[in-house]
Ligand binder design. Structure first.
Ligand SMILES: [Zn+2]
Length: 185
């Protein structure tokens, strides 16, 4: 009986070890793919490039912890609290003892951090992706925005603010439709 108990303990320990080693940084990044931008549901936080760092500690103890560092796309963007909450929930599901989501306001996000794949998804969603800024932002660069409906660049700015702070409203002379653009920053 005593021996059997010993064996049981050994089994439990090894099972625990297996479940803990699956708590790696890769698993966290994979989980973060489930966190969508509440304003642009076709994009997740990795597409947006707003996750800066993932750190795991305490794996060897029974209190594994994870810290995710992210940056807001715009300071004061109202979506930030929602995103933070979703990140927390998704990472917690992996089985960490504690999860912390840090918002780094020092590290500035630029729209260049958005992946090419993300820009294609944005356009399909009907939102013109931010233009890539090379060097200084010029008037010409700002105006060379492609219409997501017909792909013409014969477009003009109608309003600097769209339905959210992050968007501008533009008009396409070719298909005569208005569209929103994700502003480059
Ligand atoms: Zn158009």
């Amino acid at each position: 009986m005593l021996q059997r108990n010993k064996m049981d303990t050994a089994l439990t320990n090894s099972t625990l070890e297996i479940s803990k080693t699956s708590l790696d940084v890769k698993a966290v990044w994979a989980a973060l793919e489930n966190v969508k931008d509440p304003e642009i549901p076709v994009l997740n936080v990795i597409d947006m490039g707003i996750i800066y760092n993932v750190e795991i500690s305490g794996i060897e103890t029974d209190k594994p912890a994870c810290t995710v560092t992210m940056t807001p796309t715009f300071v004061g963007c109202p979506a930030i609290d929602l995103i933070k909450k979703s990140v927390l929930e998704e990472v917690m599901k992996l089985g960490f003892d504690s999860v912390e989501v840090k918002v780094d306001f020092e590290n500035t996000w630029t729209s260049d951090r958005m992946s090419e794949e993300a820009k294609i998804k944005l356009e399909k969603f009907g939102l013109a992706p931010p233009v890539v800024i090379e060097g200084e932002l010029t008037e010409a660069q700002l105006n060379n925005v492609r219409c997501p409906h017909c792909h013409s660049t014969d477009t003009t700015l109608r309003s600097a603010f769209g339905s959210t702070l992050c968007r501008a409203i533009r008009f396409c002379f070719n298909c005569k439709q208005g569209f929103e653009q994700f502003k480059p920053v």
